[in-house]
Design a protein around this ligand. Structure first.
Ligand code: GTS
Length: 214
């Protein structure tokens, strides 16, 4: 199998952490996509993923799978422990719900703020962004506030349970981690009064899959 991505960027990191958790990294050949050079916004990459985003998993039969959740779901059903997407109906539903909240309210909000409220990844990509959004600094500020609100929400969650979706580490933790990783790049730090989120963040930063992703 192959994965098209750009190492250390927040969404590719989600899949690379999942691979390390499940010890499946040796199954994958990584193909570098030049994101700052806008390679993902042009052919032939658009034939692989019309959304023009990474990561993309290519199966040995030539099937392309984009979306981190879909990729992790696929990998999770191959082999290896721990299970990242749950086993019981309740676990699976809780992980799905919490990961969606983390993705929408934290990771994507930070991404929008980074791309439209800061210089972002550089000038080459600008023509591929929506120009009318670029001018909307007010909107970017709203996205920043939404991300900070999400940090408060996950602080409350983690004050009551050890992991984002309950008592087991899951894909939802990976999404929150990646959101906070992106937040740091965008210079949005976790407020120190969010002690449960800070403690979880320290613990996550020592997790072997986070220290050494695939
Ligand atoms: N929903 C997609 C997923 O889950 O895979 C989002 C993927 C995504 O936005 N990837 C970013 C990307 O390709 C890379 S990252 O920098 O966010 O990690 N962005 C391209 C662009 O120009 O929007």
């Amino acid at each position: 199998m192959r994965i098209f991505d750009f190492p250390d960027f927040p969404n590719p990191l989600r899949v690379r952490i999942a691979l390390a958790e499940k010890n499946l990294g040796s199954l994958i050949d990584f193909v570098f996509v030049d994101l700052p050079g806008a390679e993902h916004k042009q052919e032939p990459f658009l034939a692989i993923n019309p959304e023009g985003t990474v990561p993309v998993l290519e199966l040995d039969d030539g099937t392309y799978i984009s979306e981190c959740t879909a990729i992790i779901e696929y990998l999770d059903h191959l082999e290896g422990k721990p299970t990242l997407t749950g086993t019981t109906p309740k676990q699976r539903a809780m992980i799905h719900m919490m990961q969606k909240r983390a993705e929408r309210e934290l990771l994507y909000a930070v991404g929008h703020y980074f791309h439209y409220g800061t210089p972002g990844p550089g000038p080459i990509l600008m023509p591929y962004k929506r120009p009318e959004w670029e001018a909307r600094t007010e909107w970017a500020g709203f996205e920043r506030d939404r991300a900070m609100e999400a940090m408060r929400y996950f602080n409350d969650v983690l004050a009551k349970q050890p992991f984002v979706a309950g008592h087991e580490f899951s894909m939802a933790d990976i999404t929150v981690w990646s959101g906070l990783y992106f937040a740091r790049v965008a210079k949005l730090e976790i407020p120190t009064e969010l002690t449960a989120l800070m403690a979880w963040h320290i613990e996550m930063s020592q997790r072997p899959s986070v220290v050494s992703p695939a």
